[in-house]
Design a protein around this ligand. Sequence first.
Ligand SMILES: Nc1nc2c(c(=O)[nH]1)N[C@H]1C(S)=C(S)[C@@H](COP(=O)(O)O)O[C@H]1N2
Ligand SMILES: [Mo]
Length: 224
Amino acid sequence: MTDEPEKSGLIGQIRDKLIRSKVEWAKEGRLLTGRPDAGRVNRLPPGQKEVKNWPVLDLGIQPHIRPQDWRVEIGGLVEKPLIWTLDEFMAQPQEEFVSDIHCVTQWSRYDNHWRGVPARHIFETVRPLPEARHVLFAARDGYTTNVRRDMFEDSNVLLAHSWEGKPIPREHGGPVRVVIPDWYFWKSPKWVTRIEFSAQDKPGFWEVRGYHNEGDPWKEERYS
Ligand SMILES: Nc1nc2c(c(=O)[nH]1)N[C@H]1C(S)=C(S)[C@@H](COP(=O)(O)O)O[C@H]1N2
Ligand SMILES: [Mo]
């Protein structure tokens, strides 16, 4: 048999190039906005309007956390629970992410550049037990929210300390907030203090006040 036509000549070269660029795209996947169909013509989920500013939403409290006082506790059903100071947190592997924000109050903000510690690294460090199907977050202002483990485990999730190259301002959750871009932003706690892996789900602040337990903007999971 002679060379298979696909492995040589022009067709082969084109195919190699296509495969190589797809492999590159896949590697850079975390830099894409949202899901694999990030280039979707319609980037705006149903019922949303794009804004260029960044609105602030909170419960009327914007805690002022001195860097030396900041702690995050990650525990529950994990093999290695931990508490990080800010220095320890900053010493963890860092990555840049770009994602859209979709707020349940109907604004969306495209292409937010975050820097921080990937959730993936947190999973590798604390090693949640298989029965830990849920994640419960608590924040310094008393806010809580809950997500399924697989949502927090997603490759575009991080604990962010910077936005657009600068420290996240206090009103937006600095020094450190969670960013879970695939869900409405109420699922992304600001001023996070505790991340608990749990076998049981536990609805958070808005979830017990009529918000949906999940929060997929593409399915308009706003209210329950
Ligand atoms: N700790 C804390 N996190 C929070 C909130 C809050 O009140 N407290 N509000 C949530 C809601 S409803 C939204 S829409 C986003 C708003 O984040 P932003 O103010 O940075 O836009 O934060 C979420 N995380
Ligand atoms: Mo919100």
